[in-house]
Design a protein around this ligand. Structure first.
Ligand SMILES: [Zn+2]
Ligand SMILES: [Zn+2]
Ligand SMILES: [Zn+2]
Ligand SMILES: [Zn+2]
Length: 441
């Protein structure tokens, strides 16, 4: 089956899903929606832990939440981790007879699906996680559900480890985890590439796999399981640790791009070249003018940026937007002189600071950071990538708040991207179309 650019290959609701604990008080546990103006959603009157928009969401969730609700009440005020909740919910679903799924004309069921048990068994970190999970799960399911044997549970755990999707909000922030049965290997043909031709986006908890490049057959579809902004070593390590394979895609063979990802600014006036470390040498040289620099401080600066990014990410989990904004902006202005605009640490710094500026309504700073980031995003992600479309939308929105006439131009560019990555029936695209209308008058 040929697929066109901007065509949806799959639309699928999760088999099981769980909202991240960090989102528990702001989103519906079933549909993951966050109400406008941050009005509080009512809590489940029984467990008082999860929240549901309305009766409809509550009753849709009930077949799974019913047992969970009883357990949550029993272990209160403790609440098990997201992964315990996910596996618990999966066990509830598996207790009831599940229908076989038809993939390529063949009936498949849960038992057919690959689990990577061998790899998981070799993985000390995963084993440790499993032991902890098993203990908590046992006490959580007491009197509510019979537990499978350790061996069975281990297979289920392995399957979830390699097959779950991180569910993202419209701005691509992870807000939960889901298992989509048609996407589980070997049911699914969907492999990974660091230079993908398809993307996974979400509308609520519904997964959409959309083509961003035309493909001759669905067997050729590739999405990226990880953030392709990272350098090859980091990407490969993440893929190996999480999915147990060694990526050999075209992007992984492009070592030139990796040099740029860690490059510094050239010291020659007006030169926009990338200064990178000469292999097995302390010196750095520019790829355009050839200027060499003997400067150990460059690597120190990069390390400092990395440390701050880590710190800002911690603050992000606690929603300390004002603190991120202050620290982020000061680090961006220090690093701007040293790190190349295409340096991934610099891009991540800008990105984190940008979101903090938006959260704290600091539009002028947000705009400047957005303009800096979008150039680098386009360079690495290409034009048709959800992150590029969303960033263009953010910039357009900021310009629109500032009543700047340039807004329309960015919003239209965002529309070109999001029409392909999300589709014109996606709520994000509809919001954008509305804003374009407002700015056209
Ligand atoms: Zn809901
Ligand atoms: Zn409840
Ligand atoms: Zn790769
Ligand atoms: Zn130069």
């Amino acid at each position: 089956m040929k697929l066109k650019r901007g065509e949806t290959w799959v639309k699928e609701d999760p088999f099981v899903h769980v909202l991240s604990q960090t989102e528990r008080d702001s989103r519906c546990d079933f549909c993951f929606r966050r109400p406008e103006n941050d009005i509080q959603i009512p809590r489940c009157s029984s467990c008082k832990v999860v929240r549901f928009c309305n009766r409809k969401c509550q009753s849709s969730a009930w077949s799974v939440h019913k047992k969970e609700c009883r357990s949550l009440k029993r272990v209160a005020p403790k609440i098990p981790t997201d992964s315990v909740r996910l596996i618990f919910r999966l066990l509830i679903k598996l207790e009831s007879d599940i229908e076989d799924v038809e993939v390529f004309g063949k009936k498949r069921n849960w038992a057919d699906l690959i689990s990577h048990v061998d790899e998981v068994q070799e993985d000390q970190i995963r084993l440790q996680q499993f032991m902890v999970l098993m203990t908590t799960l046992k006490s959580f399911s007491e009197n509510v559900m019979s537990m499978p044997s350790v061996e069975e549970l281990f297979v289920i755990f392995g399957r979830v480890c390699v097959n779950s999707f991180s569910i993202c909000d419209p701005e691509m922030n992870p807000i939960g985890v889901g298992v989509y049965i048609r996407q589980i290997k070997p049911c699914s043909v969907l492999d990974h590439s660091c230079r993908p031709n398809a993307v996974a986006v979400f509308e609520g908890t519904t997964l959409r796999i959309r083509c961003v490049e035309p493909v001759d057959s669905e067997q050729d579809l590739r999405i990226s399981y990880i953030d392709t902004l990272d350098d090859t070593t980091t990407r490969r390590r993440n893929l190996q640790q999480q999915y147990y394979f060694n990526c050999l895609c075209g992007e992984c063979k492009d070592s030139e791009k990796d040099l740029i990802k860690f490059s510094f600014n050239c010291t020659s006036v007006e030169c926009k070249g990338h200064v990178t470390q000469v292999p097995a040498d302390d010196r750095f040289s520019c790829d355009i003018c050839g200027t060499t620099v003997d400067d150990v401080n460059l690597n120190q600066a990069a390390e400092k940026a990395q440390k701050i990014i880590k710190h800002l990410n911690e603050l992000k989990k606690q929603r300390e937007h004002e603190s991120i904004r202050m620290k982020g902006l000061s680090c961006v202005s220090e690093m701007r002189a040293i790190l190349h605009p295409y340096n991934v640490h610099f891009i991540k710094l800008c990105d984190l600071s940008l979101d903090a500026c938006i959260e704290t309504s600091q539009w002028d700073d947000a705009l400047e950071l957005g303009r800096l980031t979008v150039v680098a995003y386009r360079f690495y992600y290409g034009e048709l990538h959800p992150s590029v479309g969303i960033l263009l939308f953010k910039i357009g929105k900021i310009l629109s708040y500032l009543a700047d006439r340039e807004a329309l131009q960015f919003l239209k560019q965002a529309a070109t991207v999001l029409r392909v990555t999300h589709g014109d029936d996606h709520s994000l695209y509809k919001d954008l179309a509305q804003l374009i209308d407002q700015n056209s008058n």
